[in-house]
Design a binder for this molecule. Structure first.
Ligand SMILES: [Zn+2]
Length: 461
């Protein structure tokens, strides 16, 4: 078991992971708000924390990974109203689609995926505790957290109180926020408003929870307080995580998490790209075009704390790296141990992951291994490369990619590919698309390589 170090947003330092319960690591990462299909930016924390779990398990830890679903939220009410549908129906549909889209990444599911709508009793209890301890107050059916009652408020996001804006629209005198004792305070419970079609009874009147208390309640009910790693996108540090941390200090007198781990944002590069993609690239579209392994490879190509550029050329680079692994696998002896004198590359790979989950450094070590294996030609066993790929969620990568090799296991697929080529030759692109879809149903993706089209097994295969 290596000593694992992780950068902690609270202290600003890279700290050793010292689990609350030796050998066990509890991780809570904030999941999506389900008002539309998720985009590639939402996939980054899903991939980072799913792979962190795989790495920690490789090191011998028991890992409990929680990624919640925020299914009660202003954005959902707004989107549902715009579409003229019940908000609960929209949230349920988008939750199913979120699960389907992330399933396609081939990384499995988190251990727990709590829904805010199924944690309401715990949320109400939590708010009551904050009111009883003087850290929260009811006002006109709302309940607000009294920010100045927490002397440590601001320590996570390293902000001064005067530079804070909860984003709860304090400027409108008719807005509920006008009921706050202090503009710094934030909502724990929001009184029912006309046009909101879900509502729960509470001691302060009918309404629904605020976003921050939802996560505190979901995290605590599954992992307890003082769990090991609280994660999410860096855009959540303030106010979301600052408020989660304050709620736990105020209600329980202790810290919610031992380490706060934040991933950087996905950035669109180049005006042209931004125009064609709008502000979002839906994950399912990107997956359909590039395949799950290239998307995982793309998302780990930069250090998780850095912003990651999103562009067609970045995705093509990732596809090329996947293809290099595939090419190497084809030459390796399958199911055989790897040469011990190449093991230093494998050690460097895992050491890089232990050092603040440095995936680009780990990938560099893995490709050193691949280069060395290629240089040696035949007789190299694939075990070490398989071990590294498994931790990266790329264990399903198959060397099988050449049409000649596919024809022996699925002759129908090679015939479909030939028909698709013919249709393309005749400029019948509808027919060509149908063949591509049919191949996809059979578990094959088409890759147009330098030597003509190839069939590549999709992740599920
Ligand atoms: Zn959250």
């Amino acid at each position: 078991m290596r000593e694992v170090h992780i950068h902690d947003t609270l202290t600003g330092e890279v700290l050793p992971l010292r689990p609350r319960d030796p050998g066990r690591v509890g991780v809570y990462a904030c999941g999506p708000t389900v008002y539309s299909r998720i985009h590639v930016g939402n996939a980054r924390p899903f991939v980072v924390f799913s792979l962190l779990k795989r790495f920690l398990e490789h090191e011998g830890y028991d890992v409990d990974l929680v990624i919640n679903v925020t299914d009660v939220n202003d954005k959902i009410y707004d989107a549902a109203r715009a579409q003229g549908r019940p908000s609960a129906e929209l949230a349920a549909e988008m939750t199913d689609l979120y699960r389907a889209d992330t399933d396609l990444l081939g990384l499995g599911r988190p251990d727990h995926e709590p829904l805010a709508s199924e944690t309401i009793a715990e949320i109400i209890d939590y708010i009551q505790t904050l009111v009883d301890r003087g850290h929260a107050y009811a006002a006109g059916g709302d309940v607000y957290f009294r920010v100045r009652s927490d002397p440590d408020y601001g320590t996570l996001s390293h902000r001064q109180l005067e530079n804070m804006d909860q984003g709860e629209d304090d400027s409108d005198p008719g807005a509920p926020a006008a009921r706050k004792e202090d503009p710094l305070d934030f909502a724990l419970w929001k009184a029912h408003k006309p046009g909101e079609d879900t509502v729960w009874e509470a001691p302060w009147g009918p309404g629904r929870p605020g976003w921050h208390i939802e996560c505190s309640a979901m995290a605590e009910s599954l992992l307890g307080v003082g769990f090991d790693i609280h994660g999410g996108g860096s855009d959540l540090v303030f106010p979301h995580h600052e408020n989660e941390a304050a709620q736990t200090r105020a209600a329980r007198g202790t810290e919610l998490a031992r380490l706060w781990m934040h991933n950087g944002m996905i950035q669109l590069t180049g005006e042209k790209m931004a125009k064609s993609l709008g502000n979002i690239a839906p994950l399912h579209d990107v997956l359909a075009e590039h395949g799950p392994q290239a998307i995982v490879m793309y998302l780990i190509s930069g250090h998780y704390r850095q912003p990651l550029a999103f562009s067609e050329s970045e995705l093509q680079d990732a596809e090329r790296r996947i293809q290099r692994i595939r090419d190497a696998l084809r030459r390796l002896e399958q199911g055989r141990p790897s040469p011990p004198d190449m093991a230093h590359h494998t050690r460097a790979f895992f050491d890089a992951l232990a050092n603040d989950f440095n995936t680009p450094a780990a990938l560099a070590a893995m490709f050193e291994w691949v280069r060395e294996a290629n240089r040696r030609g035949g007789g190299v066993g694939d075990a070490d490369l398989r071990e590294m790929l498994d931790v990266l969620g790329l264990g399903a990568l198959s060397p099988l990619a050449l049409v000649g090799e596919v024809s022996s296991v699925d002759p129908e697929a090679t015939s479909l590919l030939a028909q698709r080529e013919q249709a393309r030759g005749e400029r019948d692109f509808d027919a060509a698309d149908r063949m591509r879809e049919e191949l996809r149903r059979r578990g094959w993706e088409i890759r147009d390589g330098p030597e003509g089209p190839e069939l590549i097994p999709s992740a599920a295969n």
